[in-house]
Design a binder for this molecule. Structure first.
Ligand SMILES: Cc1cc2nc3c(=O)[nH]c(=O)nc-3n(C[C@H](O)[C@H](O)[C@H](O)COP(=O)(O)OP(=O)(O)OC[C@H]3O[C@@H](n4cnc5c(N)ncnc54)[C@H](O)[C@@H]3O)c2cc1C
Ligand SMILES: NC(=O)C1=CN([C@@H]2O[C@H](COP(=O)(O)OP(=O)(O)OC[C@H]3O[C@@H](n4cnc5c(N)ncnc54)[C@H](OP(=O)(O)O)[C@@H]3O)[C@@H](O)[C@H]2O)C=CC1
Length: 500
């Protein structure tokens, strides 16, 4: 590092997303007389508001994009540094920002999030969605589009195919059913009619977490390349921001150039073979490819033999943790998907360096009912727990793994239905050692329970089932339910009262 250390802070947190901000709040309030710094590349911070613990593990909260001043006014001991971290030296305990300043730390927490794992880099016709700016760029491109191709079968794809209007959407998934990341084929079958129905006809709106942003920045229309994200660069004067979250599309018209309502077709069990420009397509179509009608700026060749022209491709194909600037010259252990490995105290393999949220990979021995998913709730829980672990370390106090890591729980909304996922909701890791109970009322609810050796280990609840708390208890207390058999889901038995 070239420059002199400008200041050494007791705690430095990198990243102004949910994980980083929650960690900052924890430490700034616990140590009001110590210097705390938040270094973040994005132009805003994410603040959790209206936090409510719904049950032992289920929580609800809203997220708001706020200016830095909100945090600084709340915590006089906090300094917010608006710049990307460019390099880290864990031996000398200091880091350098993109604007050339060097800061020291006693304890560091890396909460730099993740970036879209795009199918291909640097192709202007392949978009990813991560933050407010990339969502606005998507909206801009969509307003001129007649057809888009969405690749991926997880959260973003599920949201987009349902929300986009006025544009034909072709959705290509690797699997036999939609929504593979969140549920099974049965749930997919329950949800599929919603894609065909018009928006107003389907499930009644449900209460859920909200996401609000500052007014859009008119100069902020820029799609960040993965490289820009990972290096925290500053293209066009703007910085990569933190990830969007629930209801990010609310108040944002996701409308294409056509006068049609929702028009979605699904291509199952296929992947992208290659993405071609119109020129490449013309050349190859003369040889082997079967031409699609019309002329499009970009063509997607799928492994099922189809080649589809479209205005642009959305690569909703997961995320890759933003570890890049921190690794060089240090000795961080990385997980397969490149996350910073953390132990049950959220410590990385480097001394005094912690990590939380999307950037890290939970490498402790998990509770049999919990798994990591890169979600808003887990980012908040990890940020909060990392702050507590850092505090305990400084105070030489013992600390046990927080209860929130006992049971996986996620509340969200897909196709306008409330969706609750608990424990091993997709029988993850159970092999054949499980049985499923399912109750489904078309257009109303889908309930699936995963049982292993007579005990409930997971559940998927779609619709207003009101069963989440009862099932959460049954999963946590591991009661033997063998005697109840299929009666567990008998609609004529009020299971809530029964197990109360
Ligand atoms: C479109 C979309 C919809 C989603 N919907 C949901 C949902 O409905 N429910 C749900 O639970 N989850 C959802 N998620 C996932 C959720 O938003 C993320 O898991 C969560 O926000 C991650 O928080 P984080 O703090 O770890 O990272 P981020 O929010 O990505 O924050 C990372 C921060 O680090 C900063 N940063 C990055 N690199 C550097 C650097 N080198 N130097 C300094 N700062 C840096 C960034 O500017 C940013 O402020 C969604 C994600 C997306 C993209
Ligand atoms: N409501 C919610 O909870 C929401 C949560 N999110 C979160 O935001 C983040 C980003 O969302 P998203 O991008 O949808 O990520 P997800 O991880 O949810 O889904 C990625 C999907 O893309 C598939 N995929 C990966 N690589 C390829 C490829 N090369 N070709 C075709 N398909 C591929 C994956 O399949 P496979 O798994 O088989 O690799 C998976 O189905 C995630 O952490 C997600 O959890 C986003 C929106 C809503």
């Amino acid at each position: 590092m070239g420059s002199e250390i400008e200041k050494t802070f007791k705690f430095v947190i990198v990243g102004g997303g949910i994980a980083g901000v929650t960690c900052v709040e924890q430490l700034s309030s616990k140590f009001p007389s110590e210097d705390v710094a938040l270094i973040t590349a994005g132009p805003h911070i994410k603040a959790v508001t209206n936090y409510k613990q719904v049950s032992r593990t289920l929580e609800e909260f809203d997220v708001e994009e706020k200016p830095f001043s909100v945090l600084q006014e709340k915590f006089p001991n906090l300094t917010v540094i608006h710049s990307a971290v460019k390099s880290l030296d864990t031996r000398s305990h200091c880091l350098e920002t993109a604007d050339g300043r060097v800061f020291g730390y006693k304890k560091l927490c890396i909460c730099s999030g993740a970036r879209p794992k795009l199918l291909t880099q640097e192709n202007p016709y392949v978009l990813g969605i991560r933050d407010t700016d990339s969502a606005q760029e998507f909206q801009k491109q969509l307003s001129k589009a007649k057809r888009i191709v969405v690749i991926g079968n997880g959260g973003i794809a599920l949201e987009l195919v349902y929300e986009v209007r006025g544009c034909e959407v072709i959705w290509a998934v690797k699997d036999k059913a939609i929504g593979n990341t969140f549920f099974d084929a049965g749930a997919a079958q329950f949800l599929i009619p919603s894609l065909e129905a018009d928006k107003a006809e389907v499930a009644a709106p449900c209460k859920r977490q909200r996401y609000t942003t500052e007014k859009p920045n008119p100069n902020a229309a820029h799609t960040f390349t993965a490289d820009e994200y990972s290096r925290g660069q500053k293209p066009g004067g703007v910085q990569p921001g933190s990830a969007l979250g629930p209801d990010w599309h609310r108040g944002m018209e996701l409308k294409g150039a056509e006068q049609v309502s929702r028009r979605v077709s699904v291509e199952y069990q296929c992947e992208v073979e290659q993405i071609l420009t119109s020129e490449e397509f013309l050349v190859s179509s003369k040889q082997t490819l079967k031409p699609d009608t019309g002329s499009w700026p970009v063509y997607v060749q799928l492994t099922n033999g189809k080649t589809l022209g479209c205005d642009f491709v959305v690569s909703a194909t997961g995320v890759v943790p933003n570890t890049e600037p921190f690794l060089h010259g240090n000795n961080f252990s990385l997980a397969d998907e490149c996350g910073l490995q953390v132990n049950d105290h959220l410590m990385t393999s480097e001394p005094d360096v912690y990590a939380a949220g999307d950037v890290c990979t939970a490498c402790w021995e998990h509770s049999p009912l919990w798994q990591q998913m890169r979600l808003w709730t887990q980012a908040r829980q990890m940020g909060w727990y990392a702050g507590r672990c850092m505090a305990a370390d400084v105070l030489s106090e013992p600390i046990e793994l927080d209860f929130c890591f006992e049971l996986f729980s996620h509340v969200t909304k897909f196709f306008n239905y409330k969706v609750v996922l608990l424990g091993k909701f997709n029988a993850q890791g159970l092999g054949s050692d499980h049985e499923l109970l399912v109750r489904c009322t078309k257009g109303q609810e889908y309930i699936k329970v995963v049982l292993s050796r007579g005990r409930m280990v997971g559940a998927v609840l779609i619709g207003e089932t009101d069963l989440e708390e009862t099932f959460e208890n049954l999963i946590l207390n591991q009661m033997d339910l063998t005697a109840y058999g299929e009666e567990l889901l008998n609609p004529n038995i009020d299971i809530e009262d029964y197990f109360d």
